[in-house]
Design a protein around this ligand. Structure first.
Ligand SMILES: NC(=O)CCC(=O)C(=O)O
Length: 259
């Protein structure tokens, strides 16, 4: 399975509508990949808290509509990263969108762990309340978003639900880049699963982004890693390796707690 992670540059000087069209063009350019991934809250910027309300959109809003067309044109499965969702009943959520190659929105995931402690996303957004998986032709994907990476119990729940590949869009800051790289590998090793962790490049709302999107295999080896700047990171996943490693080194079967 060929996966392409679009480590999009998110900078304050690019209008949201322009970035949306540019992201769609980058998705179209990945035709030939099986799965394409965009980062967290890339239309507005994960730390652009003061713009969240103005840029919030429904699940059939401009970003979803543009991404649906891009997935269909490229004939790819598209994890379109996340948007600030404005729910019909009022609250905002940090919601990931997964499209099939026909352009159908097949899954949404509302980020469960909101970042900011008593500020920012944590106070502006509602929290998701359930883990979500999506069955693709070659793998079962478990969905998580950025700060979720710090909560291993979510990934264990996704593993229990059948996940073999974790897709993690993020807007992770440079200041904590070592945590990002370490935790991405940890989630892969402890669950014997692929990790596709797609961050942003650039600087928005004064927060320099870490970039360094990464693809980790179920043995914890880094298959591909991006630098700081905008780039498309591509890796070929041998999806049969998950079952093979889980069988040859059956640590998941030795669990004592939480079964
Ligand atoms: N957008 C986020 O969830 C940021 C998470 C983060 O900065 C961290 O966990 O550190």
């Amino acid at each position: 399975m060929r996966a392409s992670l679009i480590q999009l540059g998110v900078d304050d000087d690019e209008p949201v509508a322009a970035r949306r069209e540019r992201a769609a063009g980058l998705v179209r350019a990945q035709s030939g990949s099986d799965l394409v991934v965009l980062p967290e809250l890339w239309p507005v910027g994960a730390f652009a808290y003061t713009s969240f309300a103005a840029e919030a959109e429904p699940l059939d809003g401009p970003t979803a509509e543009t991404m649906s067309r891009a997935a269909r044109d490229a004939q790819v499965w598209l994890h379109a990263g996340s948007i600030v969702e404005r729910a019909a009943d009022g609250p905002m959520y940090n919601t990931s969108l997964v499209f099939s190659p026909t352009g159908a929105l097949v899954r949404t995931y509302r980020k469960i762990h909101r970042f900011g402690f008593d500020q920012g996303e944590a106070v502006l957004m509602g929290a998701g309340d359930r883990p979500v998986t999506a069955r693709l032709p070659e793998t079962v994907v478990g969905l998580a978003t950025c700060y979720d990476l710090r909560f291993p119990e979510l990934f264990r729940a996704l593993t229990d639900a059948g996940a073999q590949t974790f897709v993690i869009p993020a807007g992770w800051p440079e200041r904590r880049r070592e945590h990002w790289s370490l935790l991405a590998r940890a989630r892969a090793v402890e669950n014997q699963a692929y990790v596709l962790a797609c961050g942003t490049a650039g600087t928005h709302a004064g927060v320099r982004q870490a970039g360094h999107s990464v693809v980790v295999d179920p043995w914890g080896e880094v298959l591909a890693e991006a630098g700081h700047d905008e780039e498309v990171l591509t890796a070929v996943l041998d999806t049969g390796r998950v079952a093979k490693i889980r069988e040859e080194f059956p640590a998941l079967k030795d669990r004592v707690l939480g079964r």
